[in-house]
Design a protein around this ligand. Sequence first.
Ligand SMILES: Nc1ncnc2c1ncn2[C@@H]1O[C@H](COP(=O)(O)OP(=O)(O)OP(=O)(O)O)[C@@H](O)[C@H]1O
Length: 317
Amino acid sequence: MNGKIEVEHLSKTFKKGNVQAVKDVSFTVEEGEFFAFLGPNGAGKSTTVQILTTLINATGGKALVAGHDVIREPDQVRRYIGVALQETGVDPDLTGRELLELQANIFGFDKGAAKKRAEELLGIVQLTKDGERRVGNYSGGMRRRLDLALTLVNEPKILFLDEPTTGLDPSNRMAIWKELRRLNEENGTTIFLTTQYLEEADSLAHRISIINAGEIVATGTPKELKAQIGNDLITMTFKSKEDMLNAEQLMSEHLGDSEVINQNGKLTCYVEDGAKQLLTLVRILDEENIEVESVNLSSPTLDDIFLKITSEQKEEE
Ligand SMILES: Nc1ncnc2c1ncn2[C@@H]1O[C@H](COP(=O)(O)OP(=O)(O)OP(=O)(O)O)[C@@H](O)[C@H]1O
């Protein structure tokens, strides 16, 4: 047994609607690695998690989890993994403690051991004082923390988390982040996490793959990904839409088409020598009497990379 995830040319087409949700995806997650799958709604993140956790079958390619084939040896795979999916159906009438004890029973703990494990896990996810409340009355954040505790009952070697913090307030998000970091660092748990939040992937993961429309479009450490898009980022806003469109044209002529992105009323561009380019651009716009409202020069964040890669893809399509 190893704590690796090995994926080769994985594809999934849903017959219903003929949707190709995952297209020829390959990656490896090393034992003990914290890996994030980052992508927008509908990118194929949940589908990939469902395939890797044996809940649905791929229509092409191959995946090994903990050294076992997800299609031929699903029972072996399930022995070593923990899964927290986006929607979990639990009985709302049971208390948090009862649910944890039930889960421990399913994993073969006897009554005493199940009680002990439930107590430990309630402590880890800071739900000890809410353990006797019915899960139906838990808040969203409490539910997520309970979901995480449920996945930890059998001390999985590999943990799959599908958007574990979506919709949570900052303090609940921080509590989950802290626990995930601890599991990865202290227990050596391999973690595969999907997220739409760039700062989440940036802050937690050793490596990130960006997935868009079923395809991996970039992979690297957060630092490598940031380095991919050039040194500096210039952002400008304009007094009017007309000025913005004219500026877009002029800036594209100066910098080359692919370098200027028009998004949410702003123009952004990635350049090697930010300060020098900024002066040139302002001069060009001024000559044409285009009124610039604000100008900003900064280093790129993961957010910017994501925007750049996905907008390049849209252009290709
Ligand atoms: N059971 C299904 N039948 C048909 N199409 C599906 C099914 N499940 C997912 N899809 C489609 O596959 C694509 C990928 O969906 P998926 O849920 O994997 O994306 P996601 O990245 O997890 O998005 P989100 O962040 O919204 O959860 C979408 O177009 C979705 O509509």
